[in-house]
Design a protein around this ligand. Structure first.
Ligand SMILES: [Zn+2]
Length: 388
């Protein structure tokens, strides 16, 4: 489904984004295709396309002639028309990557730092952004997308623990990011950014309804509904790490006992008994993992659950291998065409998703939703002094 433009002269900045969004999602396309699909006149589309070509966002090519008549001009997104930097802060350190408009990763870098404070993190982000910019010194950097662990601003469980970041409550993250990077900044929870990455570039590409289970230092997740993250009232929907799953179980820094992420997370994995192999650990947590799968399925009815995150690929793969048999849930269907649980490995979904938030935020008519109190401002990357 393409977004619709509006044939009013004052709507030109909006129409430029609509046209670019169409080519980004459905290109290559002719001017006529675009006009028909977004509801603008061919004349309006032609004017916009000329501007976008001049600005380097679009490239055109001629098809080989078939039969009589001039071959149509096909419009493509210019992969090097712009770049975005994806940044993630985790309890293990800070990572950054540079991505082009086609979603290709052009380079990445990481700095280890255990549970970085805001000032440590922003100093590292400044360094890493300089490194990323140096990969394309003459390139147009559109913005930065930033991901960090949730849940956000939950005072009742304002816990400090090994899976969370301390000292970040109340920090004006977007303002600090824009200050150190001098770029428009877009922020989201790590689970949301990674789910966007999986949706655009990974296993979720053909699946508009999936739940992304994020196996990080803690455990979280995001439901993607019609290709967009379900956010809830405060942006924390789907954060399942603190579901109480073992009555009277292990104490959790949130104040409860038996929370899911006490059993299923990198924190739990790295604190397993000395000498316990990965295989033994996976076998031990499999029943709890399977209960979590059934809970997610019964809540969200996803096409599949995609397991990914910061965990090593072989751990993700080993956990998914245990799901060949699962307890029944509403997802136990005879007409399934996808497995109930799928592994997502090797896509760097977190950083690509973070960078994609910046591309969408700057270029597209719909912005990826950011945290409620810290919404990004609208900016027009096309404004070049011309009347809009
Ligand atoms: Zn908890």
């Amino acid at each position: 489904m393409a977004l619709r433009g509006t044939n009013q002269e004052k709507a030109r900045p909006y129409n430029r984004r609509i046209v670019l969004e169409y080519v980004r999602n459905h290109g290559p396309a002719t001017r006529g295709d675009i006009a028909k699909r977004v509801g603008l006149t061919v004349q309006t589309v032609s004017t916009i396309v000329r501007e976008l070509e001049e600005q380097g966002y679009l490239l055109s090519s001629k098809e080989a002639p078939k039969g009589r008549g001039l071959p149509p001009t096909m419009l493509h997104l210019n992969p090097d028309g712009g770049y975005a930097i994806g940044i993630s802060v985790t309890p293990l350190g800070v990572d950054a990557a540079l991505m082009n408009l086609a979603g290709d990763m052009l380079g990445s870098a990481a700095r280890a730092c255990v549970r970085p404070s805001p000032s440590q993190a922003f100093a590292l982000i400044e360094e890493l952004c300089a490194e990323m910019r140096a990969l394309r010194p003459d390139g147009r950097i559109l913005g930065v997308g930033f991901a960090m662990p949730g849940p956000f601003d939950v005072q009742a469980i304002s816990f400090v623990g090994p899976t969370t970041l301390d000292g970040w409550s109340g920090v004006p993250v977007r303002a600090r990011l824009e200050e150190v990077t001098k770029l428009p900044a877009f922020i989201a929870a790590d689970t949301v950014a990674a789910a966007i990455g999986v949706r655009l570039y990974g296993e979720g590409a053909a699946m508009p309804q999936f739940y992304y289970l994020y196996f990080g230092v803690g455990l979280g997740g995001t439901m993607m509904q019609d290709g967009a993250p379900v956010r809830g009232a405060w942006g924390n929907a789907g954060e399942i790490g603190h579901i109480p799953i073992v009555p009277g179980g292990l104490p959790c820094p949130c104040g409860n006992r038996g929370c899911l992420e006490r059993y299923l997370s990198l924190d739990s994995f790295s604190n397993r008994p000395a000498g316990q192999s990965q295989g033994e650990w996976v076998a031990e947590v499999a029943p709890i993992f399977h209960s979590a799968i059934c809970t997610i399925e019964n809540l969200f009815d996803p096409q599949t659950i995609v397991l990914g995150g910061l965990a090593p690929d072989e751990l993700i793969t080993a956990l998914v291998a245990t799901t060949s048999t699962l307890p029944t849930s509403i997802s136990s269907r005879y007409d399934r065409t996808t497995p109930r649980v799928t592994a997502s490995v090797g896509h760097q979904s977190l950083l690509r998703g973070a960078a994609a938030m910046a591309v969408s935020g700057v270029l597209s008519p719909r912005q990826e939703p950011a945290l409620t109190p810290d919404r990004p401002r609208q900016r027009d990357p096309f404004s070049n002094g011309m009347a809009a």
